[in-house]
Design a protein around this ligand. Structure first.
Ligand code: AMP
Ligand code: MN
Ligand code: MN
Ligand code: MN
Length: 288
């Protein structure tokens, strides 16, 4: 039996206001410290803009900050999220590739606003103003639809408007999975396939994805995510072992509004899987 959800002192996946989180980078790091996290990767969507302030806040709060990013990618027409860890946040090729993804996001956001206006959400352009300098995501639209009373909660916004095939859905030609993994590696980092069980893929598709991810140079799968239960962890452990991948852990924290997801609130990585931090320096090793 796996122990119940517990607290780890390492968390390698979370978000700040630089993308779709609700706390600024420094506040995420301070909250992590308060939760007992000692090693943290802030992994905003398609940007490394939070790396500097996160490192600075980490130095002040006693948290070792691992530069990270979560990249939206496509593989065979399917969207996959690839987390890059320990990348050089100044790597120009990676920064350029991320800027391209952000350009795609800005274009999509405009088209989503147009679609929402046609669906009766007449003030939808305000989402873009509200997002300000943040990397625009569907989460911004979901919160807006909730705030303006179009839906009862954020989940309903996804279900009614934002999911693939719904009224405001706009597909994006993200960078390829292979390109993302290549850029992460060339920037000195390691690539992690985020939340492998969140893609709604059949086992056959997952096997193909994992084979391709491994061949592209991917290092690990996220075995323990925010609120994954023991069964899903075992499935992800199976993926890691079968495809020669290491394991990572990450809450995917987006802010205190979601009380069921907290920084460091994760089940431990089962000992059968090699942790992605296995060869990291001593100051990046978790104690528990
Ligand atoms: P985007 O990358 O802009 O397509 O937005 C993806 C983000 O939306 C994810 O990182 C999650 O934070 C959030 N998200 C995606 N699907 C859902 C869902 N069904 N319910 C709530 N949030 C979701
Ligand atoms: Mn997100
Ligand atoms: Mn994701
Ligand atoms: Mn995420």
């Amino acid at each position: 039996m796996q122990p119940a959800v517990t607290r780890l002192d390492i968390d390698l996946h979370c978000h700040s206001t630089v993308s779709d989180g609700t706390l600024p980078p420094a506040a995420v790091v301070e909250r992590a410290a308060a939760q007992g996290v000692r090693v943290l990767a802030l992994t905003d969507h398609d940007t490394l803009a939070s790396a500097g302030s996160a490192l600075e806040a980490g130095a002040a709060a006693g948290v070792a900050v691992v530069p990270g990013v979560e990249i939206s990618t496509l593989w065979q027409g399917r969207e996959l999220h690839v987390v890059g860890l320990r990348v050089d946040p100044a790597d120009t090729a990676l920064l350029r590739a991320l800027e391209q993804n952000r350009g795609r996001r800005r274009a999509r956001a405009g088209r989503m606003a147009d679609k929402l206006i046609r669906s009766g959400v007449t003030e939808a352009r305000e989402v873009l103003e509200q997002a300000g300098d943040a990397v625009p995501t569907r989460t911004h639209f979901a919160r807006f639809l909730h705030d303006r009373g179009y839906v009862n909660d954020v989940q309903q916004a996804f279900d009614r408007y934002l999911k693939r095939g719904k009224r405001a859905w706009v597909g994006v030609d993200w960078m390829s999975m292979e390109q993302a993994v290549g850029r992460i590696r060339a920037a000195g980092g390691q690539a992690v396939l985020a939340h492998p069980l969140a893609y709604g893929m059949t086992g056959a598709w997952m096997r193909r994805v994992l084979t391709a991810f491994r061949e592209a140079g991917g290092a690990a799968v996220e075995v323990c995510c925010g609120n994954t239960g023991p069964q899903r962890i075992q499935t992800a452990v199976g993926y890691a072992l079968r495809y020669g991948l290491m394991g990572s852990v990450g809450s995917d924290f987006h802010g205190p509004e979601n009380p069921w997801i907290e920084l460091g609130r994760l089940r431990p990585l089962p000992a059968t899987v090699a942790p992605i931090w296995r060869d990291w320096p001593a100051d990046l090793q978790p104690l528990c």
